[in-house]
Design a protein around this ligand. Structure first.
Ligand code: GLA
Length: 383
């Protein structure tokens, strides 16, 4: 058993010499399909996972925010609610500053002592940042009885990341971290923010293999993809790629650069695959699931150009073991990160041992594998 000294409460007490009044957790996520569709008002199909960020917190009577980040060697950041500047030294602190500053545009609240720790692998495309944002929002909602629901929290988290941190991410990561449902994957319409869940089938597991490819220039490439999608929509005279159709895209082919054409084609075909995946999963049609995940990966590789050779190889190896019984594809923003597989339990040991035999030999990088469960979001109603 973990001793109290090594729990978030223990760390909080050791640092702040007082007891936290609230402890909250928000999960990371894995996306089954629907990549780079969220900021194009499209469809995504994520699930919250059993890796989470924990925030322990207590209110203060003054207007100071003190944060200690256990996983950054107990690094400390302090700022006043009345003067929230971007922190050029400690990148992690900007998530806290961003959340506090967007929250202040809606609510009145006072200072806080905060302790942050977690086990969502960072830089792996499993949304450690969104889970931190949602955990912070939940902590402030609890500390100051703010009337904040999961969808509003997700929108505020996204706003903090867009406006303060400087990444033009969509709504998927924050929304699933807030509203995920235990044992289920969520089909989310990023235009209306309506969502519906379907169970991860009994006998199947969510397997995540981290390529451990060091991600480089991710934010720049991510923002560039977003601009290219917006350019395509603008040239076709539609508000977003959600309003376009493949025949319309072909009509405009000559007016779009080859690259912009392919970016738009990925998004539009990926939206359809995401809807098809929901039906296939609900109908336990694994052959179809395999096909959709395979096509999604090919589209990310060839049209959207966000995969890297090590990840392409990982997907190939995993899929070769799964055959038609399950599917594998890169998940998340891209340029490294993880592969997700929906795999029948009996094939998981073999799949992981084949990966262990081949991936390092081929790439010189050691992978990390996690067999995950689908978890409840921080704001989900029956939590
Ligand atoms: C990142 C972003 C999400 C989404 C994915 C790609 O995780 O934060 O909003 O765009 O990339 O699907």
């Amino acid at each position: 058993m973990m001793s109290i000294g090594h729990t978030p409460i223990g760390f909080f007490e050791a640092h702040f010499k007082r007891t936290p009044t609230t402890i909250v957790q928000a999960p990371g996520r894995v996306n089954l399909i629907g990549e780079h569709t969220d900021y194009n008002q499209g469809f995504v199909f994520p699930t919250a996972i059993n890796f989470a960020t924990t925030v322990a917190a207590a209110p203060r009577e003054d207007r100071l925010i003190n944060v200690v980040a256990v996983d950054y060697g107990n690094a400390v950041s302090q700022f006043s609610l009345d003067d929230i500047a971007f922190d050029h030294q400690q990148g992690w602190s900007n998530y806290v500053r961003g959340i506090v500053s967007v929250l202040q545009t809606r609510y009145e609240f006072g200072g806080a002592d905060l302790l942050v720790t977690g086990n969502v692998p960072q830089g792996a495309g499993l949304s450690s940042s969104a889970s931190l944002e949602i955990a912070l929002l939940k902590a402030f909602a609890d500390l100051y009885q703010l009337e904040l629901d999961g969808v509003q929290a997700a929108l505020l988290g996204q706003k903090a990341e867009n406006d303060f941190v400087g990444c033009s991410c969509g709504i998927m990561d924050q929304l699933i971290s807030a509203m995920g449902q235990h044992g289920h994957a969520m089909l989310l319409d990023c235009q209306s923010l309506a969502f519906q869940s379907t169970p991860i089938p009994v006998g199947y597991q969510l397997v995540i293999v981290n390529s451990n490819v060091q991600r480089a220039l991710v934010d720049g490439e991510y923002n560039l993809r977003r601009q290219q999608c917006e350019e395509a929509a603008q040239i076709m005279g539609v508000e977003s790629l959600r309003q376009a159709s493949l025949p319309l895209l072909h009509e405009y082919r000559e007016s779009l650069s080859e690259t912009v054409f392919r970016r738009a084609r990925h998004v539009m075909t990926e939206n359809q695959r995401t809807l098809d995946m929901y039906s296939a999963l609900s109908a336990s049609d694994y052959r179809r699931i395999r096909g959709l995940m395979e096509q999604s990966h090919a589209s990310m590789r060839d049209d959207f150009e966000i995969t890297v050779p090590a990840i392409d190889y990982l997907v190939e190896v995993m899929q070769s073991v799964l055959g038609d019984a399950g599917g594998a594809r890169m998940t998340g923003g891209g340029f490294g990160g993880c592969v997700v597989a929906l795999a029948p339990e009996h094939l998981v040991p073999e799949m992981l041992s084949v990966v262990a035999e081949r991936y390092y030999v081929k790439t010189g990088i050691q992978e990390t594998a996690y067999v995950c469960t689908a978890e409840q979001g921080a704001f989900a109603p029956d939590r």
